[in-house]
Structures are given as structure tokens and as C-alpha cells.
Write a protein that binds this ligand. Structure first.
Ligand code: ADE
Length: 238
């Protein structure tokens, strides 16, 4: 997968992609991430990328020209026959879910467009953006952090990225219940003991305990997910 990130703040992205799982995915050749400075595409002599909104109002709007030229350049650089998705993280987008992360993990080319200030000129959204994505009901200062969140969720699902193949599949949200608690050594920490059942070696009991924990947590924290789970009859399917 090739991921292009178009941003006015490349230094917000670079340190994150040089660490941990995203770094290893690149080293394994499973993903190539290229970060591009939007200012480089600006035809303005001061490399400006924003301007005042027509009709008035506080804040600035990102101008169409650098975005148009930047996105089109990246689209043209995509290998022949490859479909590109142009993602715009924005608080008024469709809320990002695990399902969409899975769908996007099968794509060959993603372009992230990081907005700032009031957002980007609407014509760019209409002409070039394929997916407007929100990472939740709160407002961040720009699209860089949201792009990193979305990228991380996608990259870890690319086959071969995680060494523990089953671990991504058993995450909360890959299925309809939240995850159960997990413990490791030591057996007692600050006076708190690991639940006996986990030390029993009795796998059926351990599975039953985990399922019950997952159900209780889901009921308490996510009534919406619990309802969907019951409606699907998943509790009867084990
Ligand atoms: N940019 C600013 N806030 C955002 C949010 N909640 N989701 C995605 N992109 C954003």
C-alpha cells in the first residue's frame, strides 16, 4: 500500500511514522508512506495556503489551488491501474469505525489531506475528496492527528504487519463485544491478585469467564453495541 500525506505540518507526521508498528510495516515493504509539504504546491509567492472566507466569519479557509495541484500530482504519480482514495479527516465527516479501517486496508493507494483552520475550500471536497472521515465528536486543531489515527488503524490490518495474526482479529470492535481484561506476571501486584480462573488451566472456564467479562463491560459501557449484539442473536452463537 502507498500512503501519501499532504500537510502544512510534515513534522507532525514524520516522528510518528518512524516508530513502532508503522515503522516495521514500512521496513517489511508492506506500506510506503510519503509525507508532502502542501506549501511546496502553492503558487503564491509567500507559499500561502489559506485565505479569508467569502461572506465573512472568523478563521481562515485553505485555498483550493495548492490542494488541487498537490492532490492531482499525487494521483498522477500513482502506478497505472491503481485506484486511489482521497481521504479528508474532518469533524463533519462520517464517523470512522473498524469496518471502514478493514475496508481501507485492502486499498493500494491512499491520500490523506490534512486540513486546518476552518477547513478547506468546498470545491476541493466536491472535486477530489472521495471520503470525509471524522474520528469522533470533538474538534482537533487540524487533520494531522486524525490522519495518524486513521493510518494506524488501517496499517495494522494489512496482512503480515502484526506478527500476532490473531490479535487484530480478537480486538474490541472486530466483533460485536468489547474486549475482556488481560493480565500478565506477576500473579500479585500491589496486593491485587489475578483472577483464579486464569491460573486454573481450565480452558473452557477461562473462555466462559472472558465471555462474561466482555458481555458485562459491553452492557455497561456501550448499550448501543449490546443492543446490536442481542438483535443479531450473537449471544446464542457463542
Ligand atoms: N479534524 C479536526 N477535528 C477532527 C475530527 N474530530 N475528526 C477528524 N478530523 C478532524
Amino acid at each position: 500500500m502507498i500512503i501519501d500525506v499532504l500537510t502544512c505540518f510534515p513534522e507532525m507526521i514524520n516522528p510518528v511514522i518512524s516508530e513502532s508498528m508503522v515503522k516495521r510495516a514500512q521496513e517489511k515493504g508492506l506500506v510506503t508512506i510519503r509525507v508532502h509539504d502542501l506549501r511546496e504546491f502553492s503558487a503564491d509567492k509567500h507559499r500561502k495556503t489559506d485565505d479569508y472566507p467569502f461572506g465573512g466569519g472568523d478563521g481562515m479557509v485553505m485555498t483550493p489551488q495548492p490542494l488541487y495541484d498537490g492532490i492531482r500530482t499525487l494521483l498522477q504519480q500513482a502506478p497505472d491501474g491503481v485506484r486511489s482514495r482521497v481521504l479528508f479527516p474532518t469533524p463533519d465527516g462520517v464517523v470512522f469505525k473498524q469496518e471502514q479501517a478493514e475496508e481501507l486496508s485492502h486499498e493500494e493507494h491512499l491520500i490523506f489531506v490534512c486540513g486546518h483552520y476552518k477547513g478547506i475550500d468546498q470545491r476541493i471536497r466536491e472535486l477530489l475528496i472521495t471520503d470525509e472521515i471524522s474520528i469522533g465528536d470533538y474538534v482537533l486543531t487540524g487533520g494531522e492527528i486524525s490522519s495518524i489515527v486513521i493510518m494506524d488503524a488501517i496499517i495494522r490490518l494489512i496482512p503480515g504487519v502484526l506478527s500476532e495474526i490473531n490479535s487484530a482479529l480478537s480486538d474490541s470492535f472486530s466483533d460485536p463485544l468489547l474486549d475482556c481484561p488481560w493480565y500478565t506476571r506477576p500473579e500479585v501486584f500491589e496486593g491485587e491478585k489475578v483472577p483464579d480462573v486464569l491460573l486454573s488451566g481450565h480452558h473452557a472456564n477461562i473462555d466462559a469467564w472472558r465471555k462474561e467479562e466482555r458481555i458485562n463491560k459491553t452492557k455497561e459501557r456501550r448499550p448501543d453495541m449490546w443492543k446490536a449484539y442481542q438483535d443479531k442473536g450473537d449471544d446464542k452463537n457463542g
